[in-house]
Design a protein around this ligand. Sequence first.
Ligand SMILES: [Zn+2]
Ligand SMILES: [Zn+2]
Ligand SMILES: [Zn+2]
Length: 491
Amino acid sequence: MKGDDMTVEEMYNNEYEFEDDEDDDSDWDPSAVSDHNNVVEIPKWFCINCTWPNIGHDFHCDLCGEHRESGILQRGFLASSLHPAEQGLAQNGADVAVALQDPSLQSIGSDNRTAIGFDERMLLHEEVVQKSHPHPERSDRLRAIAASLAATGIFPGRCYPIPPREITREELLMVHSLENIEAVELTSQVFSSYFTSDTYANQNSARAARLAAGLCFDLAAAIFSGSVKNGFALVRPPGHHAGVKQAMGFCLHNNAAIAALAAQNAGAKKVLIIDWDVHHGNGTQEIFDKNKSVGTMGAEGYCVNVPWSRGGVGDNDYVFAFQQVVLPIVSEFDPDFTIISAGFDAARGDPLGRCDITPSGYAQMTQMCSDLSGGKLLVILEGGYNLRSISSSATAVIKVLLGENPRHSMEQVVIPTKSGLRTVLEVLEVQLNYWPSLKSKLSKLQSDWGLYALHDKKQVKKKKRRAKQLPIWWKLGRKRLLYRLWCKKLS
Ligand SMILES: [Zn+2]
Ligand SMILES: [Zn+2]
Ligand SMILES: [Zn+2]
């Protein structure tokens, strides 16, 4: 798809085209909806689960089916999507209390445990200006995931809470310029500010960003030193769009780059970042770019993209690309620390990504990553805007970190779609120039799957439609990347 190298900012400045995929989705064109609004006064409400603007007296979201008064913020994805799920709350609370008092859990040291990075002050980062549409990067994202983890007894309960800490200016300077640090700091004195039209800050945002970065720094250090087994950073604002100087794309400081630096400080020589958010992690790329980098992050890096060319990508294509492209390259690179920039906006039901990855798909990919770098794995939350999807996906990922195996083993034969297979073959042909070990992989794939890939290679004619009236982030989701890898050798 065109525009793969555009940043969020460039996409914003360009008039971005909405391309329809296989299915006609004109029924969710909101222009028709706002026309009605001009005629009669009809109640309008925004879906708590997906932020979709709903018009009328129906109690269920047009886009995702969530009940208007859903209990998702109390019960996470375990709440019914159809009715407020007040019953069951008491029993669930009791489960969590029992888990916390379980002496077998209390006696376990932190060294064999999965650590979680979380602090409630990150919930205070919110857009204060009332816009026509609620911002998708909202504090309910963390609330919903936390509710799911509590309801399943994972956290609090089975995971070790990393003590929160704000990152220091000196630590930030190893990744960001003074320009970025001071611009973010300044927002704490202003009621409402914007770095770009879609990247807001309030008076609590700078602290939230420093907490997110500090948690990622300490998680990486704790995992690399072996004081915890692995970890999940349940943080916001997200980070992968934040570059050396510029906060953008909902991101203020680059949490993944800071975690890579922390691992380096703790002694890591080769750090791998896998970005499976559907949006291009332009900030991480810029920081890892030798020429623009600051501080100690200037060592040689390597970047691998697996671009995607259509919507609706599902588990099989994701897992297939992971097995055929990501794992062979990563094995040759042989990292000693692995970071996942885990956006869950490729999840089924995400309003921006519009892909089709299930929690089980995310669990399988995490399982494959957990064998890398001796299990030293840090998963950092990036995007993902459907509360139900992100909380079930994050919970599935953390279960794998805790040692629960996903139902499907990674040895299973995954059958990709034809376009999925073609993408993988194309990427392998390019990457062959850099990673010699891919040669045998490519010829095996060509002999196993070649005919399947070439068969039925017809061009589907695409309908195009302007959709200028949509908020910008609905358009950003049109640009898809399956994976982006940074293999970082540190001197
Ligand atoms: Zn909805
Ligand atoms: Zn994203
Ligand atoms: Zn993003």
